[in-house]
Design a protein around this ligand. Structure first.
Ligand SMILES: CC(=O)SCCNC(=O)CCNC(=O)[C@H](O)C(C)(C)COP(=O)(O)OP(=O)(O)OC[C@H]1O[C@@H](n2cnc3c(N)ncnc32)[C@H](O)[C@@H]1OP(=O)(O)O
Ligand SMILES: O=C([O-])CC(=O)C(=O)O
Length: 435
């Protein structure tokens, strides 16, 4: 059986001529124009990044390597007796574009197992941080601290950098990191919230199963972990965490520097942190109602109050999507099946009935529909993970799958340092003919 690395090497060899041909023979073909509002407004809609790992259609939502979420969940191999696929097999898909066999997925399970040991100094660093540090600060610091392990940085320093083979070093770093992240996340959780009682890994389990075990949460939380990491993995290249990781890696910074930076971007409330904000926001108005389940009218008032105070409704809106996020739908389907009567699920469903109409009436948000973050907390809460400032760490473990696959391909295809051009306001006024 070919290993993941063998298959990836073959895919890279096959792919390279496509990029070379596009650059050499069709480099002048225009794919986008840039307006003043795009330059000032966060480059929305400017087509200027290339990735084959996933693609986001505004109306259909995400496809991973061409597969929709239901297709991914159906086609990928699953651990015995489980409904959700191996996360390891999904990583294989992201890297190669191929649906792995069960044996191929299990080969990655084994690879991760071999690489999963967290260095003691990382534990020491985490333990010296103030316990009230945000778990994302701890998570990002742990990743950054491990930079000394980078195979890419070591070989670069030793003068062994080779444009054609450096993807292999990036791959090694990506595999080493991916294998350790669930362990680091679970360690932070148990240290910070569960009386400093870390749980030893169980290497008979796959990544999702072992993560649930190290978190100390009973099955079927293992299924939730698999689903959650897959759903949050990738959202094409332009989102803040993916773009940041790609940008930093474009300077030939290694995977540790790059991922740590991407995770820092994920920690922003307009991006990944919105999933914790949703729970905080719900708890806040529940507290104001003395813990009572709100009526539709009370909910409408809470939404308007938030908007009128100049804040956003967390979990709603999107820079690209123009319909309900299929990652939201996927989690909603899980709830309909496993926790249909759970009050928090009912409340989140009520928000779905109320918020889009209000956002439309307010008329600002281009997309009034919920994104993934509107639903993520409900399932976690149900399984006892109520410490909602941890939620973005879960997102970060998932997001690492996508961004690490991306930067491995960045090196494989020799993408250059990213350096767009800026202009001054004077220049824009001149271009607009008002100066
Ligand atoms: C995993 C993820 O990252 S998914 C996104 C997670 N983030 C959130 O859920 C936070 C809430 N949502 C938002 O803030 C935004 O919808 C974003 C950041 C996701 C997208 O931002 P944009 O592409 O700029 O959205 P859009 O073009 O629709 O914004 C236009 C206006 O509508 C507002 N708007 C957009 N979404 C919302 C919302 N959920 N609640 C209130 N107002 C909103 C914007 O703040 C902006 O207002 P302004 O003109 O006063 O600055
Ligand atoms: O695509 C985006 O801009 C934000 C998002 O949903 C993600 O990164 O998962």
């Amino acid at each position: 059986m070919s290993t993941l690395k063998d298959v990836l090497a073959k895919k890279i060899d096959e792919h390279r001529p496509r990029t070379v041909k596009l650059l050499k023979e069709h480099g002048d073909v225009k794919i986008s124009d840039v307006t003043i509002s795009q330059a000032i407004g966060g480059m929305r809609g400017v087509k200027s990044l290339v990735t084959d790992i996933s693609y986001l259609d505004p109306y259909e939502g995400i496809r991973f390597r061409g597969y929709t979420i239901p297709e991914v969940m159906e086609k990928l191999p699953k651990p015995e007796g489980k409904d959700y696929p191996y996360v390891e097999g999904f990583f294989y898909l992201l890297l190669t574009g191929d649906i792995p066999t069960k044996e191929q997925a299990e080969e990655v399970v084994e690879e991760f197992r071999k690489r999963s040991q967290i260095p003691q100094y990382v534990i020491d660093i985490l333990r010296t941080m103030p316990r009230d540090s945000h778990p994302m600060t701890m998570f990002s610091s742990a990743i950054l601290a491990m930079q000394r392990e980078s195979v890419f940085a070591r070989n670069y320093k030793e003068g062994k950098f080779n444009k054609f083979t450096c993807w292999e070093d990036m791959y090694e770093d990506a595999m080493n990191l991916m294998a350790k992240l669930p362990h680091i996340g679970a360690y932070i959780y148990r240290m910070k919230y569960k009386g400093d009682t870390p749980i030893e890994p169980d290497f008979s389990l796959d990544l999702g199963g072992n993560f649930a075990h190290m978190m100390g949460i009973e099955p079927p939380y293992d299924e939730v972990a698999r689903m959650y990491f897959i759903l949050h993995s990738d959202h094409e290249s332009g989102n803040v965490s993916a773009h940041t990781t790609h940008l930093v890696a474009s300077a030939l910074s290694d995977a540790y520097y790059s991922l740590s930076a991407g995770i820092d971007g994920l920690a922003g409330p307009l991006h990944g942190l919105a999933n914790q904000e949703v729970l905080g926001w719900i708890q806040n108005f529940m507290d104001q109602l003395g813990g009572e389940v709100p009526t539709k009218e009370q909910l409408q008032k809470a939404v308007w109050d938030t908007l009128n105070s100049g804040q956003v409704i967390p979990g709603y809106g999107h820079a690209v999507l123009r319909k309900t996020d299929p990652r939201y739908t996927s989690q909603r389907e899980y709830c309909q099946k496993h926790l249909p009567d759970y009050p928090l699920f009912k409340l989140v469903s009520m928000l779905y009935d109320v918020v889009p109409d209000i956002l439309r009436e307010q008329g600002k948000a281009k997309n009034p529909w919920p994104n993934v973050d509107a639903h993520s907390g409900v399932i976690q809460w149900y399984y006892g993970l109520v410490e909602y400032d941890f939620y973005t760490v879960l997102f970060g473990i998932g997001r690492a799958l996508g961004v690490l696959a991306n930067i491995t391909w960045d090196r494989a295809l020799g993408y250059p340092i990213e350096r767009p051009k800026s202009v001054t306001t004077d220049m824009l006024e001149e271009a607009a003919g008002i100066k």
